[in-house]
Ligand binder design. Structure first.
Ligand code: ADP
Ligand code: GLC
Length: 483
């Protein structure tokens, strides 16, 4: 028998994406189908999304949702069963999902995402006829009030799971918005949404959800400490066994070097020659000379979390070592500026594209030799998984999901033929350069490097195992005895 699940997320690939959350929300549903869970995904109807689903049938309506009428459209895009919240007064605006064109948070984000959560709760309790989910799975602070609205409703409700993709984003707002949320006065409490005098969306959800998950086992431990917990470690420790880490997978159909429409030359672990043709194409695209030496890459938000200030500061040292680098990303102006300045100093060694370019991210993974992920913290990280799949060796800091998904090329692992990348600690300038030097030594031995690439490309980075963990967790919650 198939069990219905409602997933609630603020971004979903391929409709709209600012980071890994979209990839996860877009890929997990089809993997859960193999375990007899039918997932429908509720997301906001931003302009880009409405353009893709605008004429879809209406599944339900709300006369007044945070100051205006709203509809939920039922659409199917690329096999995803979507419920799109069409509420123009909340979502029809320029800029990105969370920020204006000038890069500031939309001033009414509190209402935009409380509305998403409120509708998630209403659908969870039967707002769409014929759809009765047994589980509501909410992602990050933008959906975190869903379990709160369900918990306070006083009506029969589905079980709730809240997944933390990044504890650095908590959705905290001043007390003044509380009356607008439509929650009972009792929700203004330590067990509710009150958080050091503010309203905390993630905090409220972490209390209310039946189960809390995060996106890797190591991050699940890190967030129990004062440093990793970012103010919420006490609450999270209190959840005990109600908090688990399940590592992300990737969509191996979208990210498949044998079929990827975004890369110039298809290849597989058995046809490495074609991979080097992608390297030549990447050199041409970035105006780098054709050479045998390594190209390292960055594809990322350019932020302190990602440790990319460390890479920006290391540009000259990389060039001195004969390394070429390509950077695709956007983020903190200071880090963007340092990369652009490095490109001006070393135009034929360092190529930089400031901006967001999905197709280019595929070409980089297919053509570069190694991908740098020196994060200071990383709940899971997906770029290292794409790197593994594409034979672009991950060079990663030993934190969170990076530590859980890469096998360091130490002597024992290399000898056993199981190494898939390079792990360094701590995430510092010295740590990074030591890791680069290790990478260069490995790269200098073609047979050894080839083995590393093979092991990386053969690593299981699919959703198979992790979807099984989510399925088991869902079954445990609803008391389903099936294996
Ligand atoms: P986070 O979600 O914290 O940014 P992840 O590694 O989980 O980190 O996911 C980032 C996702 O966004 C990956 O799919 C990565 O390829 C993509 N990405 C990040 N920056 C860019 C960019 N500038 N252009 C294209 N894709 C990008
Ligand atoms: C967040 C995290 C990242 C994770 C992604 C998907 O954006 O920063 O580490 O991979 O969510 O879970």
């Amino acid at each position: 028998m198939t069990t219905s699940v409602l997933s609630v997320a603020s971004e979903v690939f391929p409709l709209i994406k600012t980071g890994g959350l979209a990839d996860v929300a877009g890929a997990l549903p089809s993997s859960l189908a193999a375990h007899d869970f039918a997932v429908r995904t509720l997301m906001p109807g931003y302009p880009d999304v409405m353009r893709q689903v605008g004429d879809a049938p209406v599944a339900c309506r709300f006369a007044d949702l945070f100051g205006g009428p709203a509809r939920v459209l039922a659409a199917n895009v690329g096999g995803l069963d979507l419920l799109v919240l069409d509420a123009p007064h909340l979502y029809d605006r320029t800029g990105g999902p969370y920020v204006t064109s000038a890069g500031h948070d939309h001033g009414d984000n509190w209402a935009r995402f409380a509305a998403l959560s409120k509708v998630g709760a209403e659908i969870g309790q039967g707002a769409i006829s014929g759809f009765a989910p047994a589980i509501v799975h909410a992602h990050d602070w933008q959906a975190a009030l869903t379990p709160v609205y369900l918990a306070v409703s006083g009506r029969a409700r589905p079980k709730t799971v809240l997944t933390i993709h990044n504890l650095a984003f908590q959705g905290n707002f001043p007390y003044q918005i509380f009356p607008g949320l439509g929650l009972p006065p009792a929700a203004w409490s330590i067990e509710g949404v009150e958080y050091y005098g503010d309203v905390g969306y993630l905090k409220g959800g972490l209390h209310a959800a039946d189960m809390v998950t995060t996106v890797s086992p190591t991050y699940a431990e890190e967030i129990l400490t004062p440093t990793g917990g970012m103010g919420l470690d006490g609450l999270l420790r209190g959840r005990g066994e109600g908090l688990v880490g399940i590592v992300n997978g990737i969509d191996t159909a979208v990210w498949n070097p044998k079929t990827d429409p975004d890369i110039p030359h298809h290849y597989s672990p058995r046809s490495p020659k074609s991979r080097s043709r992608n390297k030549r194409a990447l050199e041409t695209e970035f105006g780098l000379p054709h050479e045998d030496g390594p190209i390292v890459a960055v594809v990322s938000r350019l932020t302190w979390q990602k440790g990319l200030d460390l890479v920006a500061d290391a540009c000259d040292s990389l060039v001195e070592r004969g390394v070429r680098m390509v950077v695709v990303g956007s983020g903190e102006p200071m880090i963007e500026g340092r990369f652009q300045a490095a490109h001006v100093r070393h135009a034929d060694r360092i190529g930089v594209r400031i901006g967001y370019d999905e197709a280019l991210s595929h070409r980089v993974q297919a053509g570069a030799d190694a991908i740098l992920v020196p994060s200071r913290f990383e709940p899971c990280g997906l770029t290292q998984l794409y790197g593994l799949r594409y034979g672009c060796i991950p060079v990663v800091a030993k934190v969170g999901g990076l530590a859980d998904t890469v096998i360091d090329a130490n002597y024992a692992a290399v000898t056993a033929g199981v190494a898939t990348g390079i792990i360094f600690s701590p995430p510092s300038q010295e740590g990074l350069m030591d890791a680069v030097d290790r990478m260069l030594r490995l790269f200098a031995d073609p047979a050894g490097w080839r083995q590393l690439q093979l092991s990386a490309m053969n690593a299981d980075v699919s959703w198979r195992a992790s979807a099984g963990h989510y399925a088991q967790l869902f079954r445990d919650l609803i008391g389903d005895q099936r294996p």
